[in-house]
Each structure stands twice: as structure tokens, then as C-alpha cells.
Design a protein around this ligand. Structure first.
Ligand SMILES: Nc1nc2c(ncn2[C@@H]2O[C@H](COP(=O)(O)OP(=O)(O)O)[C@@H](O)[C@H]2O)c(=O)[nH]1
Ligand SMILES: [Mg+2]
Length: 392
């Protein structure tokens, strides 16, 4: 079973099994390969919890151990400060020891709920794994914290893939903001690549800015559409059309077929008008498919491969990933600054005052921002070195 973390409810624990030895003496836990841990067992005490080190996790991930992969991702999703510092160590080790990950294909996919994403991913995923590829599916869904069990439906629609040893499905963390989810998903992509997945698919339902976030961490961005009644272009966000590389009109089957083909023509026209570059090999394209019957899915994969190969040979892929890394840096700085702001009670107080004065119209917003940031800088400068751990 590969849908995580349901099959590992407490992912950072190694074992809950009771030791076979009688209680009341020192038990040496063997064999953790890096560290031999000696744990005192008291009568009636719960069994020892041995958390793997970052080095062990990296080794596990590199050797394609699914449990280590799940734990590594849980570690980076954890908001516990001790886990966070271990997560940074893990990512550092991976960056140093990871083989060249550039052979992987990173694909983003979006579509409103019901568009057929899960059905499509199951269909495409099974096609890929039966051809010997390894596929990881990650979700970016900031609404999952609210909607909760969305993944339950996905489990049944991706049942084959979920039990496929060559696939790994990871739902969105059940809490967090878009920024947090996006950050952990970027790290998760790197972890999955280190674990030898050739294709990493990142799925989003397009809430808020999540489409932009996903397009910004993948090589190709797919949008799954459904033919509806009336004007096909209604309700489609202009931002989405600016991001998309391959637009797929799904459910092109049965009575829907004519409508789907018409919708595809309309989308193609809209994309030509908006993006213009119709002659370029990397101009966005529109394809039709039926995730239900499988029609068109193989052609979509052929287009993805052709496009990815063009991107690679023209240097576009490397340029895109480079730009993404720099934007990742910018986002990381923003995240850390906000975390520092939250961690400083003086800055929080200054922020509250500033908000009240801006609201009352007695302070200009830009001056208020200076006041808050100056307070934060003062806090950092006057902090004693031994306190420095209190700011992230
Ligand atoms: N007719 C038809 N139905 C489809 C197709 N793809 C998905 N569906 C159905 O649409 C519904 C939503 O699909 P799902 O994959 O869960 O959509 P998601 O919310 O985007 O993940 C399900 O009832 C699917 O069986 C398709 O290609 N054709
Ligand atoms: Mg789904």
C-alpha cells in the first residue's frame, strides 16, 4: 500500500513493538547502522522510540526504501522545531549526495474537482509503471486542511496505482498555508528524485495561487478541462492560460465527444490569441482525452516526452529550473523573515500597534512597515547568542 501517511500514522517512529526481552535491564537496540543506541527499559515503560538520523533517512531514500521516503517527507512537513532542523540537515545531505536529478520529468497538473485528475493520473500512471517507469504523485492543496478527506475519493480512483510498487502517492499535508505546502512540496520533489522516481507529478485543484506555485516547481504544466454546456471559455482564469503548456479536454467520450472537440478548438483559439507563439515548438497545445476509456492518454504522454526533450536540447529546461531555484530562494527568504517576525514578541507588539495606527489613519503604511522591521532588527541585534535559537 503506497498511499501515505495513512499506513504510517506516526511516521517518525520506527517501531511500537514490545521488546521480547524481560523488562528491567539495559537493552541495546541493534542494528541501527550508524549509531548503537542504549536505552534503559524500566518495568512497565513503553517500548523505546528510535528516530532515524538524517544520515539514515538519506541512505534509506537513496536505496529506495519506501518507509524512509515517507518518513523523510513527514520530517520536512513537520512544524516541530527539532524536526525542522533535522529536515534542513536532510535536505543539505541530499543536495550534496543526490545524483544528477535532471533526468526526471516534473509535471504539474491542475483541474477543478471532478475534472478527472485522479482518473487521469491512475490511467497515465499505470501506463508508465507497466513500461518500467517509477512515478511519484504529490498534491498541493491548501484547501485540504479545510475539506479534509478529499484524498479518500482519490484512493478509490487511484486504487491500482496506490498499490503499485513503482508508484508513490502522497496527499497534501493536512495543515498549512499555500506557502508552507509549496515549500514542502519542492523539498518532496527533490526527495522523490533522490529515491529514483523518473516522473514526479504534482497535482493541484487550483485554489488561490496554487497553480502558479505548482507551475513554478515543475517542467511542464498540464490543465485538465471538462466540456461543459455553453461558452467553454467562461470561468477559465486568464492566469491559467498563461501558465499552461498542455491543455487537455478530458471526458472526450460517449455523448460528450462532439462537445469536447468543440471545446478543444475554442481553447486553442484562446491560447493563440493570448500567447501568440503558435509557430514555436514550445507553444501551448490542446489535446482531447478520455481518462475513463484511456483514449488519447498515450498521445498526451508522447507530447509530454517530445516537449521535454525539446526543452532539454534547447537549454530551456535548464534555464527554467535555474529560474525556479532563484525564485525558491526568494520565497525561502520571505518565509524565514515572516517566521522571525512571528517569533519575536516585540515585533509582534510593534505590528499590532502599527496596524492600529494605520487603521486610525495616524501613520502611513510604509512608515509603519519601517517601524515594525526596525523593531525586529533591534530584537535580533540585542539578542544574546544563547537566545539565538529562539528565532528561526
Ligand atoms: N465520462 C468520463 N468520466 C470521467 C472521465 N474521467 C473521470 N471521469 C469521472 O469524473 C468523476 C470525477 O473524476 P476524478 O478523477 O475523481 O476527478 P478529480 O476530482 O479531478 O480527481 C468520476 O466519476 C470519474 O469516473 C472521462 O474521461 N470520461
Ligand atoms: Mg482527485
Amino acid at each position: 500500500m503506497s498511499v501515505m501517511p495513512d499506513d504510517s500514522p506516526c511516521p517518525l517512529e520506527t517501531s511500537r513493538e514490545a521488546p521480547a526481552e524481560p523488562p528491567g535491564f539495559a537493552l541495546t537496540v541493534v542494528p541501527p547502522p550508524d549509531v548503537i543506541q542504549t536505552v534503559a527499559i524500566r518495568p512497565g515503560a513503553p517500548p523505546p522510540r528510535v528516530e532515524p538520523t538524517a544520515v539514515q533517512l538519506v541512505r534509506g531514500v537513496r536505496s529506495r526504501d519506501r518507509a524512509a521516503l515517507g518518513r523523510a517527507i513527514s520530517l520536512i512537513e513537520s512544524s516541530n522545531p527539532a524536526h525542522q532542523s533535522k529536515a534542513r540537515e536532510l535536505m543539505r545531505l541530499l543536495a550534496v549526495s543526490a545524483p544528477d536529478a535532471s533526468t526526471s520529468i516534473r509535471i504539474g497538473i491542475t483541474g477543478v474537482p471532478g475534472a478527472g485528475k485522479s482518473t487521469f493520473i491512475e490511467r497515465l500512471g499505470c501506463m508508465l509503471t507497466s513500461a518500467g517507469s517509477r512515478l511519484a504523485v504529490l498534491a498541493v492543496d491548501p484547501s485540504s486542511a479545510i475539506s479534509g478527506g478529499a484524498i479518500l475519493g482519490d484512493k478509490t480512483r487511484m486504487a491500482k496505482l496506490a498499490s503499485d510498487p513503482n508508484a508513490f502517492i502522497r496527499p497534501s499535508p493536512s495543515s498549512g498555508t499555500l506557502g508552507g505546502v509549496a515549500r514542502t512540496t519542492r523539498d518532496s520533489i527533490a526527495i522523490c528524485e533522490a529515491a529514483g522516481f523518473d516522473v514526479v507529478l504534482v497535482e493541484t485543484v487550483g485554489v488561490g495561487q496554487s497553480e502558479t506555485a505548482v507551475a513554478d516547481m515543475t517542467d511542464l504544466f498540464l490543465a485538465l478541462m471538462v466540456p461543459g454546456a455553453g461558452d467553454e471559455l467562461q470561468g477559465i482564469k486568464r492566469g491559467l492560460l498563461e501558465l499552461v503548456d498542455i491543455l487537455i479536454v478530458n471526458k472526450c467520450d460517449g455523448d460528450n465527444m462532439q462537445r469536447a472537440k468543440l471545446a478543444a478548438r475554442q481553447h486553442a483559439g484562446a491560447l493563440r490569441m493570448l500567447r501568440g507563439d503558435g509557430e514555436s515548438a514550445l507553444a501551448p497545445i490542446v489535446l482531447t482525452a478520455s481518462a475513463l476509456t484511456g483514449d488519447g492518454v498515450a498521445d498526451i504522454w508522447t507530447s509530454i516526452l517530445a516537449r521535454h526533450s525539446t526543452m532539454r536540447s534547447t537549454g530551456n529546461l535548464e534555464a527554467r529550473r535555474r529560474t525556479q531555484r532563484v525564485r525558491w530562494l526568494d520565497t525561502a527568504i520571505d518565509d524565514r523573515l515572516h517566521a522571525m517576525l512571528r517569533a519575536s514578541s516585540a515585533a509582534q507588539l510593534a505590528l499590532e500597534n502599527a496596524r492600529a495606527r494605520v487603521l486610525a489613519g495616524t501613520l502611513a503604511p510604509s512608515d509603519a512597515a519601517d517601524t515594525v522591521l526596525n523593531t525586529l532588527i533591534e530584537t535580533i541585534c540585542t539578542q544574546r547568542p544563547q537566545d539565538s535559537h529562539s528565532l528561526p
